[in-house]
Design a protein around this ligand. Structure first.
Ligand code: SF4
Length: 360
């Protein structure tokens, strides 16, 4: 099949094989790839609406026993710069965010073996009680697996207890590249690809929706990027529990792994191929935090229908050397400037017409 026919097939929702995914990733001219991805996005959502969520990330601890080489945020146990917030401190940060309109709270940190499951249950119950209007979209797969080890409990039980305490959905963090060769180099102590997928399967079976991420630009090959998308697509065929795909690129400046930052063109290529390859994912997020707001705006023409969150606070990516930040007004102006209409949503893509636009 010619490249043009492949793009035409994908743009109309046809499924690409793994080899076809690799081929369009490698060979399709960028603008043709973008045009096909945008056509697919407009087919899925024939509207100029671009959604975003008002959210915050509270990095409650930087103590971590996983030691990923791409991470500049963590400190090993007993390190002088290690910290763990008190519940009161986390609650203060939740208040700070809700005062600014946040509906989604992402509580996420290192895998700290000092913290027992009751610590999270008490915290989530307090957030739910004191801020009933927010969704607790929290904890990565690594933190869930870490808790299961500490407590010697099955994953299902950990997830059930956290859900019962108030956790409503799981972010797709910690996926990086779901290929064993890559994980051995960049996060050897982290959960294996099958384990990551297994936790997501359990969470989705328990009624917790999840997102899926991809951190690209470290050491993986083009084929491994498609392999990552492929295993996600297979799980989505089985469970239908992923709400969105969020590819973002690695920031190398202050990490032990170092390396070179992905280019803007590479970022757009990954987005477009994601939109075309992940035919069963409803939403594709423009992850502006590492490439910056201007690239985030361009992403709206490469398959993205969502600008992600305002991320009122965040530490992990900032510690790696990213300096990007956004206000609600900036996000909305970027969306408007690209010819789209900003629309506020919650974690589950329910539109929040009750929350006024900052530019209104
Ligand atoms: S990326 Fe997460 S799991 Fe890995 S070292 Fe950093 S905090 Fe720990």
């Amino acid at each position: 099949m010619s490249l043009a026919s492949l793009l035409e097939k994908a743009a109309s929702g046809g499924r690409l094989s793994y080899d076809e995914g690799v081929r369009i990733y490698r060979e399709a001219p960028l603008h043709e790839l973008g045009s096909a991805a945008h056509a697919r996005r407009m087919q899925l959502y024939p509207t100029t609406d671009v959604t975003y969520v008002i959210d915050t990330t509270i990095n409650y601890t930087n103590v971590c026993n996983v030691h990923c080489t791409f991470c500049a945020f963590f400190r090993p146990e007993k390190h002088a710069q290690g910290y763990t917030m008190t519940h009161d401190r986390v609650l203060e940060r939740v208040k700070f965010a809700t005062d600014r309109g946040a509906t989604q709270i992402m509580i996420q940190g290192g895998v700290n073996p000092e913290l027992r499951i009751e610590w999270f249950e008490t915290l989530f119950a307090r957030v739910r009680r004191e801020f009933p209007g927010v969704d607790i979209h929290s904890l990565s797969v690594s933190e869930i697996v870490g808790l299961a080890h500490v407590e010697q409990l099955p994953i299902r039980e950990v997830l059930t207890r956290l859900r019962d305490a108030g956790m409503k959905s799981l972010p797709g963090a910690g996926a990086e590249i779901l290929v064993e060769r890559v994980r051995k180099r960049i996060s050897a102590r982290k959960v294996k690809p099958d384990e990551w997928l297994g936790v997501m399967r359990e969470a989705q079976a328990l009624g917790l929706p999840t997102t899926a991420t991809m951190m690209f630009g470290s050491i993986e090959t083009d084929e491994e990027r498609i392999e990552h998308m492929h295993v996600l697509r297979e799980l989505q065929d089985e469970m239908r529990g992923f709400t969105a795909f969020i590819p973002w690129y690695y920031v190398p400046f202050k990490t032990p792994l170092r390396g070179k930052e992905a280019s803007g063109l590479e970022y757009l290529r990954v987005l477009a191929v994601s939109r075309l390859y992940l035919d069963n994912f409803a939403h594709l997020q423009a992850s502006w935090l590492t490439p910056g707001l201007k690239m985030g705006q361009l992403a709206l023409f490469y398959g993205c229908d969502d600008m992600g969150g305002t991320i009122i606070e965040e530490q992990v990516v900032h510690d790696a050397g990213s300096t990007n930040e956004a206000t609600r007004k900036q996000l909305e102006e970027l969306i408007l400037g690209a010819g789209f209409r900003p629309v506020i949503r919650d974690t589950y893509w329910n539109l929040r017409d009750d929350v006024a636009l900052a530019t209104a």
